[in-house]
Design a binder for this molecule. Structure first.
Ligand code: SF4
Ligand code: SF4
Length: 377
């Protein structure tokens, strides 16, 4: 198909090659029709499952209608970048109640900057192929998104052939598992769309639903974010509700259990991006060592990391819960008591809870991790 002297079939093929050269493991192209996604989002919001993430309901219908968000958009270029760092002793860390488990996507540098830069480079390459007088020339450079705009990245990724939405609601690729980031470029070029949508292959499996420590799935394909440890430890700014503290175990920033148990992740590839490799020993540090960081150490050691999002207050809150779930230990009790002197009421309350837990005889954590041996670690 030719338009203004541009061979769109060739351009679509070139975009896939350029994407791979720029470090994306897959690039797909889709139109902007999302079927009943908009209705399903509204139903999910009406149930209140988004908790305090009010922005998910903002922006009218722009989230599911790319041409409302960026007028003139007719295609979405969806990209995948694998992030799982190799050799992080993932399951050993999760199973060791003295260690802090931090979600594998955030052990290194914040992914937003890296992916946005690569998407901008891809947009520039596409833009360079357009004649100077092409309408909207240079606009493409402002249409690259990675969590930076109200974009329904998962439904677009699914439609673009990057995978299917699993029962845990994340996108799974039959050749690459689910440990990846997504990004998008909204384009006004009527590129040929990919017809390679992957069929849903969850079948009878329900491992992710069963393993969830906080029972955050009211039903398959539906997440109650308010019960999810990722939400509770990152988005939630208030206290961690009591009912979730023991199930949290040692997960102090996010949670990966529903991905770690997924059989499709045996096909996951380790990332080649050095930016995503663990920094400051965050892959398997002792809970008490991280809790003992001063605010200055926290700020230094999390510079350029997504962990900065929760601030020192959120960091201490989450770690206090982790320490409350750790086996009774004098070093932990002393660390909790010392920190208690100079913290906010919110942190004090979590420390008091942790001290109570530590004082319980034969204190043991209740956790659902036994089947995680089968995962990718
Ligand atoms: S991330 Fe953890 S808490 Fe959240 S749904 Fe998955 S298993 Fe449950
Ligand atoms: S664990 Fe099973 S049900 Fe859950 S997403 Fe993976 S394949 Fe689907």
């Amino acid at each position: 198909m030719m338009i203004s002297g541009i061979d769109l079939n060739q351009l679509a093929a070139d975009i896939k090659v350029w994407g791979r050269e720029l470090g994306f493991q897959q690039v797909g192209i889709t139109d902007i029709e999302l079927g009943d996604t908009e209705i399903r989002l509204k139903e999910w919001l009406a149930k209140g499952y988004h908790g305090t993430m009010e922005w998910l309901g903002a922006h009218d219908n722009k989230r599911s209608r790319p041409d409302d968000l960026v007028p003139g958009t007719v295609r979405v270029i969806s990209v995948r970048m694998d992030y799982l760092p190799g050799d992080t002793q993932q399951i050993q860390t999760l199973k060791d109640p003295t260690k802090a488990y931090i979600s594998r996507y955030t052990l290194g540098r914040d992914y937003h900057k890296l992916i946005r830069k690569r998407l901008a480079a891809l947009a520039k390459k596409i833009d360079d192929t357009l004649p100077e007088d092409y309408p909207n020339k240079h606009e493409l450079l402002n249409r690259a998104f990675v969590d930076s705009a109200p974009v329904m990245e998962r439904p677009f990724a699914e439609k673009a052939g990057l995978g299917w939405a699993g029962k845990h609601t994340l996108i799974i690729n039959s050749q690459a598992g689910s440990w990846f980031f997504l990004g998008e470029i909204f384009t006004f070029l009527p590129l040929p769309v990919d017809q390679s949508e992957q069929p849903n292959q969850c079948g009878e499996c329900s491992a992710c639903l069963k393993i969830c420590p906080t029972d955050a799935f009211p039903q398959p394909y539906e997440l109650d974010a308010r019960r999810c440890i990722s939400y509770l430890t990152i988005e939630n700014k208030g206290p961690i509700p009591l009912e979730f503290r023991e199930p949290m175990g040692n997960r102090v920033f996010g949670c990966d259990d529903c991905q770690a148990i997924c059989p499709w992740n045996k096909y996951a590839q380790f990332t080649q991006e050095t930016d995503f490799l663990p920094r400051h020993g965050l892959a398997n540090s002792d809970l008490v060592d991280l809790f003992n960081w001063t605010e200055k150490e926290y700020l230094t050691n999390t510079e350029g990391s997504a962990i900065r999002r929760i601030g020192y207050e959120g960091w201490l809150r989450n770690l206090a819960v982790g320490l409350g779930n750790a086996p009774s230990d004098l070093r932990i009790i002393e660390a909790l008591q010392q920190k208690r002197e100079n913290v906010s009421d919110l942190i004090k309350e979590h420390i008091d809870w942790a001290l109570e837990q530590q004082a319980k005889p034969n204190h043991r954590r209740k956790r659902k991790i036994k089947n995680l041996n089968k995962s990718s670690d």
